[in-house]
Design a protein around this ligand. Sequence first.
Ligand code: COI
Length: 361
Amino acid sequence: MTTPTIELKPSAHPLPAAEREAILARPGFGRHFTDHMVTVKWTEGRGWHDGQLVPYGPLSLDPATNVLHYAQEIFEGLKAYRRPDGSVATFRPDANARRFQASARRLAMPELPVETFIEACDLLVAQDKAWVPPHGGEESLYLRPFMIATEVGLGVRPADEYLFVVIASPAGAYFPGGVKPVSIWLSENRVRAVPGGVGDAKTGGNYAASLLAQAEAAAEGCDQVAYLDAVEHKWVEELGGMNLCFVYGDRLVTPALTGSLLAGVTRDTLLSLAADLGHQAEEGRVSIDQWREDSRSGALTEVFACGTAAVITPVGRVKTATDEWTQGDGEPGEVTLRLREALLALQTGRAEDRHGWMHPL
Ligand code: COI
């Protein structure tokens, strides 16, 4: 694997500071982008080459570009945080880099070296450091690395040219209510992923496939869709864009990685962080009947969604085609809030980084 150098070609016209500050005051999620992006090309026989940090701007693609037809695309999501001393650190970029490689293998794409992935993120954050929201809130700079097949042609086969890009976007809460509990629509007749499919790869197609069920969730008055496994239609897998965690008093259970779920970095982090806080944290199976009955009996005390964008978001209500229930008392649970605070304290540099997860710039 070649590790290309990344040439710096900064913008002569970054956004004026006053406009940037206005955006940072209310960033929303994924609506504004920083002044730069990093691009690296891959060509069959040549490997990775032409790494550049350039002004943020449109990509020019031929209408016959492979990705536009056959969706050979993968992406990642990770965040950079401002620490109390004003410095900036990203959270577990190596974990995202390795998952990016795993997604690339599944989509028959070239693997980007872990060090190039991290260097590209580092260079972009360093160049656009002024875009990292101030310490003190929950805002961060969300990084979106992605790779697309850029070969021009309509043949259905792995492309022989690719483009890796990293863009960055200041981010507030993914759900507009922040820590306000979200409602879940349980989709019993649509599946997100099948065994042997691409459910464990972070590829745009999985998200495209979730949109109809997500729209149905919205029509049912819910914030997110939850999926069951595709074979027995029984085991809870994940939400449209994040993992799930079930809290039984002191014990946390998150659906095991069966091959059709995404191995979330936040999910993985929480398995350790929950144990640090004295909880029993495990991967397991939770059926939809268990979810319903254990909620009604009170054994299942809390449920939360977890992901880079969602951080930790409590679930307050669950709705199916035939049924509906309130999760706990419908308010954010104690364990959910404690884990959320522990995670954010670590990420924003207010707590000791015992696991070496933070990557200072
Ligand atoms: C993330 O959490 O980073 C994701 O990619 C999920 C998406 C819903 C924004």
